[in-house]
Structures are given as structure tokens and as C-alpha cells.
Design a protein around this ligand. Structure first.
Ligand code: ATP
Ligand code: MG
Length: 569
């Protein structure tokens, strides 16, 4: 035992490429105060999605590992698309994951005055100019990957005139699109982002934080590196699509007077098959009413998976399993579900709930008797509590657990066959009652009083075990069963429009599921397993006292579907 622990603790987990860079920087004295400072920089124009979890775990995780700190910075430079609702949701989602930015909450808009002063200085030094080219002309003058760009006729405007025009832009004297402020770098640069990138544009829009103070707003490539520098960020980590922007990042942090020079590092974004993870597309699903809001349990948003019943621990486990690399790849959806099941299996309270009820009457059981069986809340947890389940003459079982005329190898209930009712008794089906259309609506059976607890004293075995709920003591609940929102692995890839690939059966609502009364103790945030039917949670948003509504988080491993396939039924 001791030896094993010894072995585990000396085993080295390989470092990812960012950890190697950080350790090298620390070892070589390249980190001011030896304090690693990272930041998570969401744009508050939507809710966070599963892809962001990777970035959050990386930035906050590295800060934790190296005893540094991680800033939460709202990258709020697009006033029109941004909203306080998004800011609040982002904070609550990060906290749900278990990370804390402490007092280090920032907004790029906090730096508007500083950025403005830097821009003025650049103009004074002849390093920026006001351009009046139209959007179309700007594109034309920019050149292509194979052809250099052309200098704008405004590039040689005098410093005095540039200062005057920029001040007029600032004062709201010019309409949107009439002028931009550009850096004077190099129109022939092989990197398009260095061909005199825009620094400021005119926008008459109210900002959620600065209101109408500004009508010129700084661009991302100018704002982001300078915000990093102001906050003394040491390692600015972003996704690969910003690799081409790194020279612009370095240009900005190299501006005279900017003292701290952070570095940008890129990693591969998280992609998962069957999901769309762009805020624009997710917003579209919300706007078109295809889902019931950003927190619809089918949405790959943090608030969606949270309402669906995923645990933060399972998502962190998922992120740690996929690792950090510099090459784009697509992760299989089933790996994420696997992590969710692994975690919930360890912590979920087991309850008996019948989703598709079929009445079962035990003819030789006393009419008004109620007896109780004890069930362990979670057999995977040695310290688990127990609860009592009432048993009565009339019960419900799953419709699929009975067949009047079964195929071979069907071991569940059918006339003449004996099965176990979980925790309770052996029963044998005797007859059925049918409705006018010939559907079985009631199954009659007898029970063996000697088999109390679910085992017969003579040692005889049965092959099938059914879960059940008392028809008189149980409660009716609603269960919402989810499937993937998109039915193709790469939504929109073949059709050209991801909306064409929506799964029409992504939500099935069961309004009259029957549950053992213990379910009334379930609270929002509890992890539950409905025996054989999957992991569930209380939907705190739509449940009422009168009507409890549960979301299915994930199915259990579906052995029944496989069996059915084998039997050909
Ligand atoms: P989207 O492209 O999905 O709309 P975004 O990149 O515009 O998202 P931001 O709010 O700008 O969203 O992202 C905040 C941070 O999260 C950025 O550093 C970004 O690189 C990172 N991020 C966004 N999507 C992913 C992803 N799929 N995997 C890993 N990191 C991501
Ligand atoms: Mg973005």
C-alpha cells in the first residue's frame, strides 16, 4: 500500500507546452516578481460555451498551479452587441466551474482614456494617421496574401491635421464610416494585420458601461495587447486564429511608453462533433426560438449544461483528458458524456422512477397494506445514507418490462414467467387486461411472500429484475428527455446551413412519469440517477411545488438498445 502511494507521487505528469514555457520563463528570471499573471478575456456578447471552459481551465488553472493570478477581463469594445445580462452570466458560469478572480475584475472599457491618450501620442510621433478611405477602398488598398497593399493618399497627412481630425472624431463631428485612425506600419508587409491596421472607428452607440461618453471605439488588435500590458499580464493565452495577429500584438506592446511587454501564446480551440460553438450561431438559435433561451438544456452553453445536470467536476475532468495542443482537432461528443457518467455514477442518488408506466396488480397481496423496503441512496458511496420505498398491491412497471408474446431470450415479465421486483419480491405474471384496441393496460400477477427482499429461500433464480413504483404511494412527475440538438456530426457541413441539420427529436417530454416519494426531497443541484433510465436533475427554472420537472442529463450505458438489436425486436 505504502509502496503504491510512493510510486504514484513520484510519477511525473508530462507538462503541456504552455507549462514548459512558463517553467522556463520562471527558471530564467523572465517573470516580473516571479508572479504568473494570466487573464480570461470574454467578449460580453453572448453566454459562455463549452469551448470557453477550456480557456477558463487553462488560464485559471495555470495561475493556480504556479501560484499566480488570473484576471477576468471583459473585452467590451463592441458596444452594440454587449449587454449586462451577458456580463452577469459569464461571472456566474466561471464561479460555477469553481474559479475565482478575486479583486481582479477588469473591463477593456476601463482603459478607454489611456488608449485614447496612447493614440494621440502615436499621431504626434507620426505613427498613426486619420484615413478617409471608404470601407470598399480600404479593402482594395489592403492588397491580398500574394500582392502588397497600396499606401492611402491620406497616409502623408500632416501631424497637425491628423490631430485635429482625430479630435473632431472624438467630439462626434463626423459620421460613422467617414474616418478611421490607422497605425502607420507597412502596407507591403507579408502579414496583412500589419498593413496599417485600424486603431479606432467612429460608432454612435451607447456602451453598457461608458454610456455615451465615447463615440470612437478602439479596435481589438489595439485594445487587447495594451490591456494586457496595463494589467501586467505575463502570459496572454488565446486560440490559434490569433496567431496571425501576434505581430500586431507585439507592435502594440512595443509602443514607446508601454513599460511591460507581455507575450501571446496560441493553443488549439476545443471543437466537439455534433455541437455548434460560436456565439453568433448560438444567439441565432435563441433568437429564432429553436431553443428555449441560452440555458436550454440542449445548448452547449455552460448555463445549458448546468441546467441539464452536468457537474463542474466532470467538465474539468473532460478538459484535462483532452489536453492542450497547438493542432486543431475534433473531440468526440461521447468522451464528454463518458466523463459526465463517470462522475455522476460516483455521486448520484438512486431513485426508482417509471417513465412509461404500465399498471401491475398483485392479486394475492393484501388490499390496503403498505410495507417499506430500504434502499441505499448510492451503492458506490460507502458512507451513503438510505431511504424507504413504499410497496403496495398496485404498482407501475415500465411498459417495456412486460411482453405478452415475447421473443426468445426475453427474460422480463410475460405470462407464466417469474421475475424480481427490485428490493421487494419475486412475482409471476398470470393474466392481462386490454383496452378496446387490444393494448395491454394492466398486468395481473402473484407474489411469493417467502421471497421478501428479492431472494427466494429455496435458492431458485430469476433472470429479470424490474424497478417499480407504488401506484397509490408514488408521485407523478414530468421528465424531459434530450437527444443531440443536431443530428449530423458536423452541422451544416453537407447542407451549407447548420439549421438544416437540426434533430427534430431533440426533446421528448414525459408528463406522467411515476416516481417513488423520496423524489420529493430532491433539490435543485442534486445529482440523481433514475434506476435504468439515466442521470437526472431537478429543473429549477420550470419546476413548481405542484409539478416537479426533471431533466435527463445522460442515459446510462444503453445495454437494452443493444440487446433489442440482437433479438431483432
Ligand atoms: P466564439 O468564436 O465561439 O463566438 P469568441 O472567441 O468570440 O467565441 P470570446 O468571448 O472572444 O469568444 O472568447 C474568450 C476567450 O475564450 C478567448 O481567449 C478565446 O480564444 C477563448 N475561446 C473561445 N472559443 C474557444 C474554444 N472553442 N476553445 C477554446 N477557447 C476558446
Ligand atoms: Mg472573440
Amino acid at each position: 500500500m505504502d509502496e503504491r502511494i510512493e510510486e504514484e507521487s513520484t510519477e511525473k505528469v508530462p507538462l503541456n507546452f504552455l507549462e514548459r514555457i512558463i517553467e522556463d520563463d520562471l527558471a530564467n528570471g523572465r517573470v516580473p516578481d516571479n508572479t504568473i499573471v494570466t487573464r480570461f478575456p470574454p467578449e460580453p456578447n453572448g453566454y459562455l460555451h463549452i469551448g470557453h471552459i477550456k480557456s477558463i481551465c487553462l488560464n485559471f488553472g495555470l495561475a493556480q498551479k504556479y501560484q499566480g493570478r488570473c484576471h477576468l477581463r471583459f473585452d467590451d469594445t463592441n458596444p452594440e452587441k454587449e449587454d449586462m445580462e451577458y456580463i452577469n452570466s459569464i461571472k456566474s458560469d466561471i464561479r460555477w466551474l469553481g474559479f475565482d478572480w478575486g479583486k481582479y475584475e477588469y473591463h477593456a472599457s476601463d482603459y478607454y482614456q489611456q488608449l485614447y491618450e496612447i493614440a494621440v501620442r502615436l499621431i504626434q510621433e507620426g505613427k498613426a494617421y486619420v484615413d478617409s478611405l471608404s470601407a470598399e477602398q480600404l479593402k482594395e488598398y489592403r492588397g491580398t496574401l500574394t500582392e502588397p497593399g497600396k499606401n492611402s493618399p491620406d497616409r502623408d497627412r500632416s501631424i497637425e491635421e491628423n490631430l485635429r481630425l482625430f479630435e473632431e472624431m472624438h467630439q462626434g463631428k463626423h459620421p460613422e464610416g467617414s474616418y478611421i485612425l490607422r497605425a502607420k506600419i507597412d502596407m507591403a508587409s507579408p502579414n496583412l494585420n500589419l498593413r496599417d491596421p485600424a486603431l479606432y472607428r467612429i460608432k454612435f452607440a451607447s456602451h453598457p458601461r461608458t454610456g455615451d461618453t465615447w463615440c470612437i471605439y478602439p479596435m481589438y488588435d489595439f485594445t487587447h495587447p495594451i490591456s494586457d500590458a496595463i494589467e501586467n499580464i505575463t502570459h496572454s493565452i488565446c486560440t490559434l486564429e490569433f496567431e496571425d495577429h501576434r505581430p500586431a500584438y507585439d507592435w502594440a506592446t512595443d509602443i514607446d511608453g508601454i513599460e511591460h511587454a507581455p507575450h501571446q501564446y496560441e493553443f488549439a480551440r476545443l471543437n466537439i462533433n455534433y455541437l455548434v460553438m460560436s456565439k453568433r450561431r448560438l444567439l441565432n438559435l435563441v433568437k429564432l426560438g429553436i431553443v428555449d433561451g441560452w440555458d436550454d438544456p440542449r445548448m452547449p452553453t455552460i448555463s445549458g449544461i448546468r441546467r441539464r445536470g452536468y457537474s463542474p467536476e466532470s467538465m474539468k475532468d473532460f478538459i484535462s483528458r483532452i489536453g492542450v495542443a497547438k493542432v486543431e482537432s475534433v473531440v468526440d461528443y461521447s468522451l464528454m458524456e463518458f466523463c459526465v457518467r463517470e462522475d455522476l455514477n460516483k455521486r448520484a442518488t438512486r431513485l426508482m422512477v417509471v417513465l412509461d408506466p404500465l399498471k401491475l396488480v398483485i392479486d394475492n397481496y393484501p388490499d390496503d397494506k403498505v410495507e417499506y423496503f430500504e434502499a441505499t441512496d448510492n451503492p458506490e458511496d460507502p458512507s451513503s445514507k438510505t431511504h424507504q420505498i413504499p410497496f403496495t398491491k398496485e404498482l407501475y412497471i415500465e411498459r417495456e418490462d412486460f411482453m405478452e408474446d415475447p421473443p426468445k431470450k426475453y427474460h422480463r415479465l410475460y405470462p407464466g414467467n417469474e421475475v424480481r421486483l427490485k428490493y421487494a419480491y419475486y412475482i409471476t405474471a398470470t393474466s392481462v387486461v386490454k383496452d378496446a384496441d387490444g393494448n395491454v393496460v394492466e398486468v395481473h400477477c402473484t407474489y411469493d411472500p417467502e421471497s421478501r427482499g428479492g431472494a427466494a429461500p429455496d435458492g431458485r433464480k430469476v433472470k429479470g429484475t424490474s424497478h417499480w413504483v407504488s401506484a397509490t404511494e408514488g408521485v407523478t412527475i414530468e421528465a424531459r428527455l434530450y437527444d443531440k440538438l443536431f443530428q449530423t456530426e458536423y452541422p451544416g457541413k453537407a447542407t451549407g446551413n447548420y439549421l438544416d441539420d437540426l434533430n427534430p427529436d431533440s426533446l421528448k417530454i414525459v408528463t406522467d412519469a411515476k416516481a417513488e416519494p423520496e423524489i420529493l426531497n430532491a433539490k435543485v443541484g442534486d445529482y440523481l440517477q433514475f434506476v435504468r433510465n439515466g442521470y437526472f436533475c431537478v429543473d429549477g427554472k420550470v419546476s413548481t411545488k405542484e409539478k416537479l420537472i426533471f431533466n435527463r442529463t445522460a442515459t446510462l450505458k444503453d445495454s437494452w438498445a443493444k440487446l433489442k438489436e440482437k433479438m431483432g425486436v
